[in-house]
Design a protein around this ligand. Structure first.
Ligand SMILES: [Zn+2]
Length: 150
């Protein structure tokens, strides 16, 4: 049992060090081409439009809910009241999250204008394409992002 655990651990460590070596031996990633940047620019602009529209819609919904007059003397059940405020608070949080995302997208577009898109804001490390495909507005490289979240 103990030796099984030890061999598991040693497998994990050898995989880890193989990965680290592979990463260290990788040639420097070629800088993003103009076409790459254009692709991300379009993607970011598209996201910006659709997220802005979504925020506007959510805000309108919230406003409408807030203004929906309840009949005087109407006795809402406690749970219905609770549901309303729960939905409102969820949608507020959603709006806040999307606003942060919009700021991140704007910041990424700004980095593009300053020709530093795809470079980590914490020291200029190149951000991998893999990461940019997933998070085109990423401002940190993988290692800095991991440190930031730690
Ligand atoms: Zn970094």
């Amino acid at each position: 049992m103990a030796s099984y655990a030890r061999s598991m651990l040693s497998d994990i460590y050898s995989n880890l060090s193989a990965n680290l070596t592979r990463r260290a031996m990788q040639p420097a990633e070629p800088a993003l081409s103009a076409e790459d940047i254009e692709k991300y620019r379009r993607l970011l602009l598209h996201l910006r439009v659709s997220i802005s529209a979504e925020v506007a819609r959510l805000e309108r919904d919230n406003l409408n809910n807030g203004h929906a007059a309840r009949p005087v003397g109407h006795t809402d059940s406690a749970s219905a009241l609770h549901d309303d405020s729960w939905i409102e608070s969820v949608s507020r949080r959603t709006i806040a999250t999307k606003r942060v995302l919009l700021r991140d997208i704007d910041a990424a577009l700004d980095r593009m204008a300053r020709q530093v898109f795809g470079l980590c804001v914490n020291g200029g490390h190149p951000i991998s394409r893999e990461r940019l495909e997933e998070v085109p507005w990423a401002k940190y490289c993988e290692s800095c992002a991991a440190m930031d979240q730690a």
